[in-house]
Design a protein around this ligand. Structure first.
Ligand code: DOR
Length: 421
C-alpha cells in the first residue's frame, strides 16, 4: 500500500517544515513524490503533522475489568487522541506479575489493539505494594518496565530489592508514590477546599516522602527510576535536585495537574483522581517543572470507570478520570496558546521524550522512519463533550471546556487508525 501525503506542515528533528511525503509499506519516504506512483493521494491542506503521541501511563482495564474499558475501546480512544503508542498499567485480573498472567493480556493486545500497546509488569506479586516481588526476570522481554501503579510500594526494603532486580534486568522502576500510612481516609487534596467543604484530605507529604525515599534508593542501586503522575511542588523540587546530581531519575505529570487546582473542584466524581488535583502553588511548580526540564513527560493517567462508579460525588466515587481524547487539545489550548511552552516543546513532552526515556522506537516525519503520525488542525475550536468519547469512561473535569486544536487523522504503521471524516 502506497499513500502520498501532500501539503503537510511536518515535524522534523530540526523543527516544522512544509513538505509532501510518501508512505510505502508503512515507512515514510521522501524519494519518490509523483502522484502516479501511489495508490492514493491525501491532501493534508497545510495542517500540522507530528510524530504519533506516546502515553506511558494508561489503564486499559483488560483482562479483568472490561466493563470499564477494553483494549479495543481504549486504543480507539488513544487513536482518536492522536496516540500511536500507549503503555498499559498492571492493576488487572489476573495481575501481570508472572509470564503466564502477562500472556493473557498479550493475547488480547495481539487480537484487539489498534496501535502499539506495551504492558507494565508489576513490582510485587499481587500489585499491592507489599509482600513478595513479582517474577520480573521472566517478564522482562515483554514489558516496558515495572510498577505497582494504583499502589505505592510501602517498605523501603522491598523497594530496594525491586530496584536491584530491575537494575540487573536493565528495566525502569516506575513508581506510584503514596505512603498509605499518611492517607487517613483522604480522597481530595488536603487544602482550602477540603477544609471548607468538610472533606478528608490527602497530604502532599504522602507523595513526596516516597519520592525522597526512592531517589535515595535510586542513587544507591543505580536503577533507572521514573515517577508517575507528579502532583506536588515538593516532589518537583526533589526531582530537580536529583537531576542536578546526575541521577537516572525522570518524571511525568498529567494535563489536569498542569491546568487545574483545588479551587476548581466541584462536588462531582469527575474531579476525583489519585493523586488529587492540588493547590495553585503546586500547579505553578509543575508548570515550572515542565519548562525547565525537571518533568520531561506529560502522560494522561487515563483511568476509566463505569458511570455508576463515578456518580457518587467526591467522597464515594472511584479514583480516576479519562484523558486520552482530550490531552493534546487541553495542553495546546492552555499551555501553547497561552505562551507557556511552544508547540515543539509540547511534541517533546507528549511524544519524543517518553520514547527516549523508555528506550522505544523513535519517530520523526523523516525518511526511513515508521509512518506513525498524527495530523492536527490547530485552528479548529470545539467544546469537549464526554458523551461523544469512544472510551467507555466518560469522567473528565474538562467536560464542557472550549478548546482549540483537533486531531484529524492518526496513522499507525502506515494505516489510518483514526480519521475525522
Ligand atoms: O486515579 C487513579 N486511578 N489513580 C491511580 O493511581 C489508579 C487509577 C485507576 O486505576 O483507576
Amino acid at each position: 500500500m502506497k499513500t502520498l501525503y501532500r501539503n503537510g506542515f511536518i515535524y522534523t528533528s530540526s523543527g516544522f517544515k512544509r513538505a509532501d511525503f510518501g508512505v510505502i509499506d508503512g515507512i515514510i519516504r521522501f524519494s519518490c513524490l509523483d502522484d502516479s506512483f501511489y495508490d492514493s493521494v491525501i491532501d493534508i491542506n497545510n495542517k500540522y503533522v507530528i510524530p504519533g503521541l506516546a502515553d506511558v501511563h494508561v489503564h486499559l482495564r483488560e483482562p479483568g475489568f472490561s466493563y470499564k474499558e477494553t483494549i479495543r475501546s481504549g486504543t480507539m480512544a488513544a487513536a482518536k487522541g492522536g496516540y500511536t503508542l500507549v503503555a498499559s498499567m498492571p492493576n488487572l485480573k489476573p495481575v501481570p506479575s508472572n509470564l503466564e498472567n502477562l500472556n493473557v493480556q498479550l493475547d488480547i493486545i495481539k487480537k484487539d489493539a489498534l496501535i502499539d500497546v506495551i504492558p507494565y509488569g508489576t513490582i510485587t506479586d499481587n500489585q499491592s505494594g507489599r509482600g513478595e516481588l513479582s517474577k520480573m526476570a521472566e517478564m522482562q522481554d515483554y514489558v516496558i518496565g515495572f510498577t505497582d501503579d494504583g499502589k505505592g510500594v510501602q517498605s523501603k526494603e522491598l523497594m530496594k530489592e525491586a530496584m536491584l532486580e530491575a537494575k540487573k534486568l536493565n528495566k525502569p522502576i516506575v513508581a506510584h508514590c503514596e505512603d498509605e500510612s499518611l492517607i487517613n481516609g483522604g480522597y481530595i487534596h488536603e487544602g482550602e477546599y477540603a477544609l471548607q467543604h468538610g472533606h478528608a484530605g490527602i497530604s502532599s507529604k504522602s507523595e513526596w516522602i516516597d519520592v525522597q525515599r526512592d531517589i535515595e534508593l535510586a542513587k544507591q542501586t543505580g536503577v533507572q527510576y521514573h515517577i508517575c503522575h507528579v502532583s506536588t511542588k515538593e516532589s518537583v523540587a526533589l526531582i530537580r535536585e536529583a537531576k542536578k546530581k546526575g541521577l537516572r531519575v525522570t518524571a511525568e505529570t498529567a494535563p489536569h495537574y498542569l491546568t487545574l487546582c483545588d479551587e476548581d473542584l466541584r462536588e462531582d466524581g469527575y474531579f476525583k483522581m489519585n493523586p488529587p488535583i492540588r493547590s495553585k502553588e503546586d500547579r505553578a511548580a509543575l508548570i515550572e517543572g515542565i519548562k525547565d526540564g525537571t518533568i520531561e513527560v506529560i502522560a494522561t493517567d487515563h483511568a476509566p470507570h463505569s458511570k455508576e462508579e463515578k456518580s457518587k460525588g467526591l467522597k464515594g466515587s472511584s479514583f480516576g478520570i479519562v484523558g486520552l481524547e482530550t490531552a493534546f487539545s487541553i495542553m495546546y489550548t492552555k499551555l501553547v496558546l497561552k505562551g507557556v511552552i511552544t508547540l515543539e516543546e509540547l511534541v517533546k513532552l507528549m511524544s519524543v521524550n517518553p520514547r527516549k526515556i523508555f528506550n522505544l522506537k523513535e519517530i520523526y516525519i523523516e525518511d526511513g522512519y515508521s509512518a506513525d503520525f498524527t495530523v492536527i488542525d490547530l485552528e479548529k475550536e470545539y467544546v469537549i463533550d464526554s458523551e461523544k468519547f469512544v472510551s467507555m469512561g466518560k469522567a473528565t473535569p474538562f467536560n464542557g471546556e472550549k478548546v482549540k486544536s483537533e486531531i484529524m487523522r492518526t496513522v499507525y504503521q502506515g494505516n489510518t487508525v483514526f480519521s475525522i471524516d
